[in-house]
Design a protein around this ligand. Structure first.
Ligand code: FES
Length: 341
């Protein structure tokens, strides 16, 4: 009669008694019996597979080159279309570089590498003989992989693997140099008209209704050199509130016009565009990490990781009723994570 099981997984009866033991019940099923593949039997099929693997590695090499063409060959300083083209080339290049290596190795393993089961018992490496053994095993693995016999695969794999990490190095280059005082100067200056983004139409104060939020760029941006860079620094959000909802601090009383105020759209956390305006609460929200800025308190941070209010652009109206800047921002725009000097 079989022993009764106490139910405790640590008691010995779980693995003793008449019932089959855990080991018996969970035998390693091993690999299915070896079935020779086409490439094992036919040298032509093996050559074909070798070429296919090499083509996949070449696809990876081409992908990396496409990345570099996009990164270094496309001038993005003035053209949004060029920026889109660059993003597409970077994405496609990286995808094909990784995909080519991955699928090439999988195809190589499935068609050409030996698929028999190998068991290696492990023991501490202590003696010279063990080391020599280990070296011999590594040599055997290299022999079995066919990398020595198949120079086409070896050369294309080496090419793909040397090139594939280079895009990462190129991208790290973008982390520097530090901007210095570049973020302290934008296209805004005394008398520069506020215009709609992207049309460039000047904005009359009378056309801005209470509760509205408008995306604004400086007049003349379209003709500027390094247009995209200038836009990234100068873009602002324009809102109109009831003047009594605003409580300007000393020295800022005349930075707005009849409840119309303008703030940098570049989040002071890590620089995403602050694009959401909650009309009822007068909050501006950054969609990236949810920093929230209170418009009634000069865009003070009331929630989220940003530590600095959005810089305010002092504005007024000119003799024709158009909104114009009084000056540039009084502080650097953008993220606060580097030395701002
Ligand atoms: S970039 Fe705006 S909250 Fe992080």
């Amino acid at each position: 009669m079989a022993k009764r099981n106490s139910g405790n997984p640590n008691t010995p009866e779980r693995v003793t008694g008449d019932a089959p033991s855990q080991l018996e019940r969970h035998q390693d099923p091993g690999l299915p019996p070896h079935r020779p593949r086409l490439a094992d039997k036919d040298p032509k099929a093996a050559n074909r597979a070798e070429k296919q693997v090499s083509i996949l590695f070449i696809v990876s090499i081409i992908g990396t080159l496409v990345f570099f063409i996009g990164y270094f060959g496309v001038d993005i300083s003035n053209d949004v279309e060029a920026l889109r083209l660059q993003n597409m080339l970077l994405g496609l290049g990286t995808a094909f570089a990784m995909l080519g290596i991955g699928t090439g190795i999988v195809h190589w393993a499935k068609t050409l590498m030996p698929d028999h089961e190998v068991v290696e018992s492990r023991k501490p490496i202590t003696k010279e003989a063990d080391r020599a053994d280990a070296e011999r095993i590594v040599g055997d693995i290299l022999d079995e992989s066919g990398i020595k016999r198949r120079p086409l695969i070896r050369n294309t794999l080496l090419g793909a693997m040397v090139l594939a990490p280079l895009p990462a190095i190129a991208i790290f280059r973008d982390l520097g140099p530090l901007p210095g005082d570049k973020l302290s100067h934008t296209m805004w200056d005394e008398g520069v008209r506020l215009t709609l983004d992207p049309s460039g139409t000047p904005i009359r104060a009378a056309d801005v209704t209470i509760g509205s939020a408008v995306h604004v760029i400086p007049e003349g941006l379209k003709e500027a050199e390094h247009k995209l860079e200038e836009k990234a620094k100068a873009v602002v959000l324009l809102m109109r509130l009831n003047p009594e909802d605003l409580d300007p601090s000393e020295g800022r009383e005349d930075w707005g016009y009849e409840g119309i105020v303008a703030y940098s759209k570049i989040c002071t956390h890590v620089g995403c565009p602050v694009a959401l305006y909650e009309q009822q609460t007068h909050h501006l929200l950054c969609p990236c990490h949810q920093s929230t800025f209170d418009l009634t308190q000069e865009c003070k941070v009331i929630f989220g990781p940003a530590v600095r209010p959005l810089p305010q652009l002092p504005i007024t109206v000119n003799s024709e009723g158009y909104l114009v800047a009084q000056s540039d921002f009084h502080e650097p725009v953008g993220p606060s994570y580097w030395e701002r000097g």
